[in-house]
Design a protein around this ligand. Structure first.
Ligand code: ADP
Length: 452
């Protein structure tokens, strides 16, 4: 059974991991799609602002053309190297003015986004005639080749457009053509946040579905474990009760067999001894049945016969009786209260206190201290022992029906696991509470709080 549950848990965890992975993959795919969609949107909007950013300022454009021409003509004359042309193009005078102008347009036409951009020059080719092509330079888009713009790196930026420009000129009566290719890169500030905001619903729904799934899984597994525990506890109880019934029944069987012998019946002393044994075992059986019956009641079904009693006196009478039954036990009192009147059911509370005291003896104590005090307007009775103690992880289960710390068939001490359950039911029926503090090997302290 335990193996089955473990297997089930393992399978469910794997299924849950797979489902979560699929969900993450779907969210990631949606994110990538949203990024692509966002880029397309920005591209389209920028395209709408300006078809050709060189139309931004015709004066600047003509200046730029003049610069390109003069650099190329100097190159053709042999005054400029290819590197001179490249540097001349990149260190142009209109860099700042154009950057400012394009930025202003972005701010005006795309007020919802904060855009950084760079226009980088990729190619500068000189066609002296259709046959004679002179590539001054041709490189992949590179931030160092920035013509204008305020971007410092192309890493986070995306390509908006490539622009191929042509400029015609004549040099020494020969026509030539300049072909330039540049690319506009754009980066939208906080674009991740914009995309995440657009994905809010998807993210929330995925999160809700995953948490619901995990919660349902936890609830189901918890239920399963609880059910298993209940079934274990029931099996334990059946084992315990069988064990408890066996001894008196065996004794009764032997006693009746002995009584069948005539010589025993004729001897008064022997006869009475056997009858006494039968009566004792009968009482023991009756007690066991009473215990089971008494504990089949729920806390709200217990009928209390309450009366006003002086609790310290009441405790002392229980303690004195207990001392007579267990003379070897050192039972001490430390009462910090006096003549406190409480309304209680004497009968049930006597049994409850005796259960706690008897447990202390059963579970290895030699010294027991009963203390009383007032704690936050409640009457506190604590019963402290120096017995075997209870492991921390078992303490929360102590007051459950049939629960015993020693489980399975191996029991050193007899019991049905009903004593503390009964105590808890009785205390609760008095609107009180019971708690336990214990360290394994050091002893246990039960504290009962009752309304004053
Ligand atoms: P039981 O019939 O087993 O004594 P109880 O309900 O009285 O049932 O107690 C439940 C379990 O709590 C016991 O099996 C025992 O292991 C543990 N327990 C109770 N009282 C003490 C104590 N004073 N010291 C150590 N263990 C205790």
């Amino acid at each position: 059974m335990k193996q089955k549950i473990n297997l089930l848990i393992a399978f469910s965890i794997v299924a849950l991991i797979v489902l979560t992975a699929v969900q993450c993959y779907l969210v990631k795919t949606t994110y990538d799609y949203k990024v692509a969609q966002f880029h397309t949107q920005i591209k389209n909007e920028i395209a709408q602002i300006t078809n050709d950013y060189s139309d931004i300022d015709s004066v600047l454009v003509s200046k730029k053309e003049a610069l390109y021409k003069s650099l190329s003509e100097n190159y053709m004359k042999g005054k400029n190297t290819k590197l001179n042309v490249k540097n001349g193009v990149l260190k142009n005078d209109f860099q700042r003015a154009l950057t400012k102008e394009i930025q202003r347009r972005f701010e005006r036409d795309l007020p919802n986004f904060k855009i950084d951009f760079a226009i980088v020059l990729n190619k500068f080719i000189l066609y002296k005639s259709t046959q004679k092509v002179d590539t001054i330079f041709s490189e992949k888009p590179f931030i160092k080749n920035k013509l204008y713009g305020n971007l410092a790196s192309l890493n986070q930026a995306f390509l908006v457009r490539n622009y191929v420009g042509t400029t015609n000129g004549t040099f020494e009566n020969q026509e030539y053509q300049l072909l330039t290719e540049d690319s506009m890169y754009v980066s939208v500030i906080d674009w991740e946040i914009i995309i995440l905001r657009r994905m809010t619903i998807i993210l929330i729904l995925s999160l809700i579905s995953i948490t619901t799934l995990i919660s349902l899984f936890i609830i189901a597994i918890k239920g399963l474990i609880k059910q298993k525990k209940v079934s274990d506890v029931k099996t334990d109880f059946i084992n315990n009760i069988t064990h408890e019934l066996k001894t008196p029944l065996a004794t009764l069987g032997i006693s009746t067999k002995i009584l069948e012998q005539k010589n025993i019946r004729d001897n008064d002393e022997n006869f009475n001894a056997i009858v006494n044994t039968i009566s004792r075992q009968n009482n023991r059986l009756q007690n066991l049945i009473d215990q089971v019956m008494a504990n089949s009641l729920a806390e709200n079904e217990i009928e209390l016969q309450k009366e006003k009693i002086e609790i310290e006196n009441f405790m002392l009478s229980i303690i004195n009786d207990f001392k007579i039954t267990f003379p070897k036990i050192n039972l001490k009192t430390d009462f910090q209260t006096e003549k406190t009147i409480l309304v209680l059911d004497k009968f049930h509370l006597t049994t409850a206190f005796l259960n706690v005291l008897e447990n202390a003896v059963k579970y290895g104590s030699n010294t027991i201290t009963v203390k009383t005090k007032i704690v936050e307007n409640q009457f506190s009775i604590s019963i402290e022992d120096d017995g075997i103690g209870i492991a921390k992880n078992k303490q929360s289960l102590l007051f459950e029906k049939f629960y015993r710390v020693e489980q399975g068939n191996l029991h050193n001490t007899k019991g049905l696991g009903l004593g503390l359950y009964y105590v808890n039911q009785i205390v609760k029926a008095h609107q009180g509470s019971i708690s336990v503090i214990s360290d394994l090997g050091k002893g246990t302290q039960f504290t009962i709080l009752l309304k004053v």
